[in-house]
Ligand binder design. Structure first.
Ligand code: GLN
Length: 494
């Protein structure tokens, strides 16, 4: 029996019945990581020894007759911007190439408590800035569905590791689309929670008012199980919401009868690949056939969201990244005096895109420009949120494409930051508004997956789970499988 490619809930059942052990499961996944990493490069660090140790502990607890939670013994991975005590955490940046955190992020602690087996840390665009993982300070990740294509970004490694079967689920972070867009490109599910629903403690900050951690999974049941494990109030994060967390599996209902789903017209207009639009229309027809009401709605400030984001996110980043100066931790390039040391460290440690954002942000916050740019962007942020508030008076959720296109080729947008920024045009407004959204694979275009985005009211992830689960149960379009034979053959040769 092939153990890679199954879902957490399927594997959990096999583990519970003792048909397999977690050690065996971990070994099979490590074998696949070894065979594929030369081609995919989803990981910055693989923690094989630690993973086997965790797996053996889970097997021992099970042998003693302990009842274990559903993710116990299941191989998982974390984006390399989530702190792991004693394990290198780099943000795929040369400036943190040697940083070993002395503490765990809250999500790391929560996954350990749930018994998940952490296989390693995933590659990403440096400091989560990018949409293709080509900005990794080390080497890019490849898309398991087509090695010529990017996996999306910035959580490209987390998405690719799940799509390739190297792990069963993973966590990514989403500031403007970095969970949903790579999920869409790699044909897996990705959820960005409501701002404040998952703790950011120990997540290395990019833009603190936008960043959220969320899961990548192969099906909706796994998505709910991972949400159960990582959501919840955390006193260590002052922006964490003090709300009760429901059992998310309770929302997995095959029923959309009577639900009102809005189709924002601004998201279906310029720049959307016609084949992506066809996939979205197919989903709308299916939902109507299953009893939902779908109707066009307008979110008039959508076109201003991207420019506002590219003021707010860099502004916050310029402040958050001021701490990397060669003094406290990470890279230090020695020089004759302190100022030269700061300069050399930052100029060699940060990549081009990160420097671009720091300059943009510093400029937007400087006196004289603050009102013209930053304050104005904040006002737009409010208007974008009001558009959603208005739409949710009438609709239970909204449906859009996740990204205007399927995965693009390596190099296609690398020299054109603006066209790269555009690939998040459908996801960015959601972060500005702080609301939840999920990307569900739905069909493929020339072998490359397409994602549907479902957007919900704050703290109403449940409706998104319900709609996505219904589509999953009633179509065979939500689980595109990559053909990795070629990569495996080549992997063996190289
Ligand atoms: N691609 C967007 C950016 O470069 C979003 C990144 C993210 O969500 N971390 O800023």
């Amino acid at each position: 029996m092939s153990l890679t490619g199954l879902t957490a809930h399927e594997l959990s059942e096999l583990l519970r019945k003792r048909e397999i052990s977690s050690t065996e499961l971990t070994e099979r996944h490590l074998d696949l990581i070894n065979a594929l990493e030369g081609k995919i490069n989803a990981f910055v660090t693989v923690t094989g020894e630690d993973a086997l140790k965790q797996a053996r502990e889970i097997d021992e607890r099970r042998a003693r007759g302990e009842e274990l939670p559903p993710l116990a013994g299941i191989p998982a991975a974390l984006k390399d911007n989530m702190c792991t005590k004693g394990v290198k955490t780099t943000c795929s940046s040369n400036i943190l190439y040697n940083f070993i955190p002395p503490y765990d992020a809250t999500v790391t602690e929560k996954l350990s408590a749930a018994g998940a087996v952490i296989m390693g840390k995933c590659n990403m665009d440096e400091f989560a800035m990018g949409s293709s993982t080509e900005n990794s300070g080390f080497a890019p990740t490849r898309n398991p569905h087509d090695l010529r294509a990017v996996p999306g970004g910035s959580s490209g490694g987390s998405a690719a590791s799940v799509a390739a079967g190297e792990v069963v689920f993973s966590l990514g972070s989403d500031t403007g689309g970095s969970i949903r867009q790579p999920a869409s490109f790699c044909g897996v599910i990705g959820l960005k929670p409501t701002y404040g629903y998952v703790s950011r403690y120990g997540l290395i900050a990019f833009a603190s008012s936008l960043d959220q951690i969320g899961p990548f999974t192969r099906d909706m049941t796994d998505c709910a199980l991972v949400m159960n494990a990582i959501f919840g109030h955390d006193p260590k994060d002052s922006t964490s919401a003090p709300v009760e967390v429901p059992d998310f599996t309770g929302f997995l209902k095959d029923d959309v009868k009577g639900l009102k789903i809005g189709i924002p017209k601004e998201y279906m207009q310029s720049g959307i690949d016609p084949q992506v639009a066809v996939a979205v229309k197919k989903a709308i027809e299916k939902l109507e056939e299953l009893g939902a009401f779908c109707e066009e709605v307008s979110l008039p400030h959508t076109e201003y969201a991207l420019p506002a984001y590219y003021i707010i996110a860099p502004a916050e980043a310029s402040s958050n990244l001021a701490r990397y100066d060669g003094v406290r931790y990470g890279l230090r390039v020695e020089a004759d005096d302190t100022i030269s040391m700061f300069n050399e460290t930052r100029s060699r440690g940060f990549g081009e895109e990160v420097k671009r954002r720091i300059m943009l942000g510093t400029y937007a916050l400087s006196s004289g420009y603050y009102d013209a740019y930053y304050l104005k962007a904040l006002k737009i942020r409010t208007l974008v949120k009001q558009d959603f508030d208005e739409a949710f008076k009438k609709f239970d959720c909204l449906l859009t494409p996740t990204s205007p296109t399927s995965a693009f080729d390596f190099g296609e947008k690398a020299d054109d930051p603006l066209s790269m920024y555009m690939s998040d045009i459908c996801t960015i407004p959601v972060n500005l508004a702080g609301i939840p959204a999920l990307s569900l694979p739905f069909d493929t275009v020339n072998g490359r997956p397409v994602g549907l985005q479902l957007i919900g009211k704050a703290f109403d992830e449940g409706t998104l789970l319900r709609v996505a689960y219904t589509l999953e149960q009633n179509t065979d379009l939500t689980r595109p499988k990559p053909d990795l034979e070629g990569a495996l053959q080549n992997g063996k040769q190289s």
